[in-house]
Design a protein around this ligand. Structure first.
Ligand code: BDP
Length: 702
């Protein structure tokens, strides 16, 4: 064997090993060799060099990524030049203001021009996003000739919120420990930080809040700020700015003051000084995220002040800098007579217009708490003078942790496409959030991260798709769930169309399947605890809204929470056109029915079935559909990396087992109230309610 042959043989062996030992670390940035040699050659003709003028860290990141990506995809080394000169057939990266009238600061253009492909944008980050977009074209086997792609992000702050604690645990994290190794920082920089930043930049995510909203004041100490600064140093190269969640009473806990009253001059000075210190260490610091007067976290109300007083104090401290405040609207009180659904608007509605220009109010997608299906939060559309960000949860707190496969893009889209009717038909949540409805100057979308120290980042290999989908939608909320799934599968799992299709199908249906066996027809289960298996019987807790019965309200007559004028009247928080679509139990869409109505077990529904039979149908078809998912997955066995295949197959087995358990938990419990048989077409659970209760107890045991 001559030397050339030996090299190509080794290369083949190497790529084969790589593609058959996939631990998921590379996420969607795999850059495996494109199998079709013809396609590879065609691509290679347009990628003979990369030209980049300037040597800034961000542009270097862009050209490194292209070089590395092309090396993998095309199997050849592509030189990086300082300028293209007269050469053609290459890729040129250019930061420019000319010829890009429709792009915003971070938007990119990819254009075939004089036999080159020019990736341009007005900022270095824009060019970096363009480089990733071009790689995505190749990874998804799209043509590379006659390119004319332009894309601008629709919101300005596209953020991940990490709920990571100083002791490396992650609140609601299901993929290991925190990615941030606080005890090693700032001296040692885990190489993983860079790969994290690459993955985010590939989606256009430009902001990361590195610590839990239930924040420790430790992060504001000088010692920890140095650690955070070290992370910021890595992320900066990828256009990502670092933010911190703050503990509102920090002036007391670490500042030695007697109060944290936001109107106290000394407190205000403390924050101004602290902010100055932060910017001296992190010049591009992004700002503060705040959970205050929420679930026991202290806040301005402890001093008789309101949310705007608290947020504006921080905004004042940030005034000299390019930083913002994200103030969360996740608030609710332990009032037995109140409806938690209404709490956020009750507390924030009157404050519209009272927040400083640097403040964004961050609102969870639904009024309760990241349930598998919720109506959109009534705040959207009700605060025209206050920029509202939407907060989604990527980590699967209520979606089966890391064992249930739930592709979340349809959940995100359902909220984004909901019509608030705030300015007439078509005022969707997306238009509120992207600023087009009310002209918000600041726009943001946040996702509670699902990453952790597991080698594959997200525990469940398919959960990577949720990180991916969040990022893609934060960039462009008009993308379809299907298009995003297709991209992700092709980049991550297989380029084989006959496998891409069944996997995409399964992903698209997975959220409805989960809702069916977990919380169908408008049920919810946000009570306190581990948030894993349903415990609909749970009725004891220090506060009523931390019980299960508070939410489902099952009794001998029926089930569901009456939120009409006869009940809590939460519906009146929506625009009249929205109320109209949900107000009447006869016409309220079934997926939302029990969110708004207490319905009799015997009530005949539009499906022709009684409520009880309909609920059973949902629970049973939901659990049975997991078998369908397993079959879909089996079909693609030969097209998927064996390690990933086995991993997902095993998790689907667990999912099926738990789906039956969760179905049984609900059905057996509700049957005690409904006093009706399980429809004859379904097999009765082969356990008793007590058996299921014990099963849950095991999970709660110390
Ligand atoms: C709930 C979580 C809790 C979070 C809280 C929040 O159970 O751990 O701290 O949301 O968003 O869903 O603040």
């Amino acid at each position: 064997m001559n030397c050339k042959k030996l090299i190509s043989f080794c290369f083949l062996v190497f790529t084969t090993i790589c593609s058959y030992a996939d631990d998921g670390y590379r996420l969607w940035l795999k850059y495996d060799l494109i199998k079709d040699a013809g396609k590879r050659e065609a691509y290679a003709r347009s990628a003979q060099f990369i030209a980049v003028s300037g040597n800034s860290p961000v542009l270097k990141a862009a050209s490194d990524e292209l070089k590395n990506g092309l090396q993998g995809l095309l199997g050849k080394s592509v030189p990086v030049l300082a300028n293209a000169g007269n050469r053609t057939g290459g890729i040129i990266l250019a930061v420019t203001n000319t010829g890009l009238p429709t792009l915003n600061a971070e938007g990119y253009q990819i254009k075939s021009q004089s036999n080159n492909i020019v990736i341009s944008g007005k900022t270095e980050s824009a060019v970096l996003y363009g480089a990733f977009a071009l790689l995505r074209q190749l990874q998804t086997l799209q043509p590379m000739a006659n390119l004319a792609l332009t894309s601008s992000p629709k919101v300005r702050y596209r953020m991940l919120n990490h709920w990571d604690n100083p002791n490396a645990t992650i609140e609601r994290g299901y993929a290991g420990e925190s990615l941030w190794k606080w005890y090693e920082l700032p001296e040692r920089l885990d190489p993983r930080y860079r790969d994290y930043a690459r993955a985010n930049a590939s989606l256009g995510i430009n902001a990361t809040v590195v610590n839990n909203v239930n924040a420790s004041s430790r992060f504001l100490t000088t010692e920890y700020l140095h650690k955070v600064a070290a992370l910021a140093g890595v992320f900066r190269q990828y256009g990502i700015r670092v933010y911190l969640s703050i503990y509102f009473p920090a002036p007391k806990t670490i500042g030695g003051l007697k109060t944290a009253d936001p109107l106290d001059p000394e407190v205000r000075k403390w924050w101004a000084d602290k902010t100055k210190e932060i910017y001296s260490l992190i010049p591009d610091f992004g700002g503060f995220l705040v959970k205050a007067n929420s679930e026991g976290e202290p806040g301005p109300q402890d001093y008789g002040r309101n949310h705007a007083d608290g947020a504006n104090m921080l905004a004042e401290a940030l005034k000299p800098y390019d930083g913002i405040v994200l103030w969360r609207a996740f608030v609710y009180k332990a009032d037995p007579k109140a409806d938690r659904f209404k709490a956020a608007l009750e507390e924030f509605g009157d404050l519209d217009g009272k927040f400083d220009k640097k403040v964004i109010v961050q609102v969870k997608n639904g009024p309760i708490d990241f349930q598998p299906r919720e109506p959109f939060s009534p705040l959207f559309g009700k605060m025209p003078k206050t920029p509202l960000a939407v907060e989604f949860q990527i980590t699967q707190e209520y979606l089966g942790f890391a064992t249930h496969m739930v592709y979340e893009a349809p959940l995100f889209k359902e909220c984004l496409e909901s019509d608030t009717y705030a300015k007439g038909k078509g005022t969707t949540v997306a238009k509120v959030v992207d600023g087009s409805a009310f002209g918000y100057e600041l726009t943001a979308m946040a996702g509670v991260a699902n990453t952790g120290s597991d080698r594959n980042w997200t525990g469940h290999p398919m959960a990577q798709a949720n990180w991916y989908a969040f990022g893609r939608l934060a960039w462009d909320h008009t993308l379809s769930s299907e298009a995003i799934a297709n991209e992700w599968v092709t980049m991550t799992l297989t380029t084989e169309p006959k496998a891409v299709k069944p996997i995409t199908d399964m992903m698209l249906k997975s959220r409805d399947i989960y809702v069916n066996y977990n919380t169908p027809m408008g049920l919810s289960r946000p009570w306190t605890g581990v948030h894993f298996a349903p415990e609909p019987w749970q009725n004891r807790s220090p506060r009523p809204d931390w019980t299960a019965v508070y939410y489902h309200r099952a009794d001998s007559v029926g089930i569901g929470f009456d939120r009409t004028a006869k009940g809590s009247d939460a519906l009146s928080q929506y625009a009249p056109a929205v109320q109209q679509q949900w107000n009447n139990p006869e016409t309220c869409p079934l997926p939302y029915l029990l969110w708004f109505h207490h319905v009799a077990w015997t009530k005949k529904l539009s499906t022709g079935r009684s409520l009880w039979d309909e609920l059973c149908t949902h629970f049973y078809t939901g659990a049975d559909s997991v078998i369908w998912m397993q079959k879909q997955w089996n079909q693609v066995k030969n097209e998927i990396d064996p390690e990933t295949y086995t991993n997902v197959a095993a998790r689907l087995q667990t999912q099926h087992k738990e789906a039956i358990w969760w179905r049984d938990a609900w059905v057996l419990y509700l049957q005690e109230y409904a006093r009706q048989p399980i429809p004859a077409s379904y097999k009765k659970p082969d356990r008793t309610l007590d058996d299921v209760k014990k099963l849950v107890d095991v999970y709660l045991m110390r």
